[in-house]
Design a protein around this ligand. Structure first.
Ligand SMILES: Cc1cc2nc3c(=O)[nH]c(=O)nc-3n(C[C@H](O)[C@H](O)[C@H](O)COP(=O)(O)O)c2cc1C
Length: 376
């Protein structure tokens, strides 16, 4: 009898070492938020760190987000009698304790084992609004359970409209009070650091909280994000869940004007932290023209390179109502879990309050362009 051909021994599948972010849960001492990047690099695996820290293309926009803030001098008014500035701000029917919020970011598991639960708990402890992202490792319901206070949900608009509706209704049911529609990342822009590192977010290991793993609705790699997004989609969100829609990624006054005409309840000025369009301007550089066009009709949120209280002050003086912070929150998470996130947000709050005291502004309405040097 002929012998059955020997099946070749299957090659062992190359198992990547299990990914593990930071594990510490502790308050962190902060001299400035810029320092945190180097510290976080020590605890976040190289591929994950590169993913978080990098930007698209030659990273000009990433650098410019930071540099453009530094070109705006603040002119103080001394002897103004300010000792305890009021940081509270009203926004879409809520009162926030400060004009500093957590920007939407995917995959917090890259930074720390507690994933988005750590960020949510830390933001809650600092009394800051958090924007939960579609490609989170934990589900929007799990994040909401750790964040009873103010929260919004960021949407990468799924091409499957049934799934889009379901996601929006889940967000509403879980207590999110606004939807942040990300308009600037329908297509992935090349991140050279990830290409060099051959890095792909290990979603299967870390968890794709909001969508079935490997399912048709896979959103984290943008393959199932609706490509030909239009203003009609803002109307779809409104119909699906009735929550106010904030459009994220606005960088031109014309786009801001259309957004308001098409029903946006807020304008989010952002270049995705220098991770989207190569050659996009620094967010703070386009803010004055956008704010002029918006003319107070809807609130303006700005992110990209906010690292100091002086940056918060500059953004508010140029017309933003609140600023959002991205990477430093993930670095705080990596270094200290929820307590690290709390430390980052409280550092920025205190630093901003100090700038208000030194500049001589008692409340946020007092922060106007008059406090910026006319050379800007
Ligand atoms: C690791 C990482 C993941 C991000 N994921 C998202 C996302 O899922 N959705 C989104 O709208 N923006 C995302 N962003 C962009 C942030 O919301 C924000 O625009 C940017 O980080 C702000 O700049 P900053 O990091 O300089 O503060 C991400 C940014 C980083 C660094």
């Amino acid at each position: 009898m002929p012998r059955a051909p020997k099946t070749p021994a299957s090659k062992p599948f190359p198992q990547a070492a299990p990914y593990q972010g930071g594990t510490a849960v502790q308050k962190i001492s902060i001299i400035n938020l810029g320092d945190l990047e180097a510290e976080a690099k020590q605890v976040i695996p190289a591929g994950g760190f590169g993913y978080i820290a990098s930007g698209s293309g030659d990273e000009w926009t990433l650098r410019e987000n930071l540099a453009a803030f530094q070109r705006i001098p603040i002119e103080p008014r001394y002897l103004s009698g300010v000792s305890a500035p009021d940081l509270t701000v009203s926004l879409l029917g809520m009162t926030l304790s400060m004009p500093i919020i957590v920007a939407p970011m995917g995959s917090h598991g890259l930074a720390h084992v507690s994933k988005e639960e750590g960020t949510a708990k830390g933001a809650e402890a600092a009394d800051a609004l958090m924007v939960a992202a579609t490609p989170s490792n934990l589900s929007l319901e799990q994040i909401a359970a750790a964040k009873p206070g103010a929260k919004w949900f960021q949407l990468y608009f799924p091409s499957d409209l049934g799934f889009a509706r379901e996601l929006l209704q889940r967000a509403k049911a879980a207590g999110y009070t606004a939807i942040v529609l990300t308009a600037d990342t329908v297509w992935a822009s090349p991140r050279e650091t990830n290409l060099r590192n051959k890095f792909k977010t290990p979603m299967i290991q870390l968890g794709k909280g909001n969508v079935p793993l490997g399912g048709a609705e896979a959103l984290a790699d943008l393959s199932n994000v609706k490509k030909a997004l239009t203003w009609d989609d803002v109307g779809f969100i409104d119909k699906a869940c009735g929550l106010p829609v904030i459009v994220k990624g606005i960088l031109s006054p014309t786009n801001a004007k259309t957004a308001i005409e098409r029903g946006a309840a807020g304008i989010y000025v952002s270049n995705h932290g220098g991770r989207a369009l190569i050659g996009a301007p620094a967010s703070i550089a386009v803010l004055p023209r956008i704010a002029e066009g918006v003319d107070g009709r809807v609130p303006i949120i700005l992110d990209g390179g906010v690292r100091r209280g002086a940056d918060v002050f500059r953004a508010l003086a140029l017309g933003a109502n609140v600023v959002a912070v991205g990477r430093p929150v993930l670095y705080g998470l990596a270094l200290g879990g929820w307590m690290g996130v709390q430390s980052v947000l409280e550092y920025l709050r205190d630093d901003f309050a100090l700038v208000m005291k030194l500049a001589g502004t008692q409340d946020l309405r007092a922060i106007t362009r008059d406090y910026l040097s006319p050379i800007f």
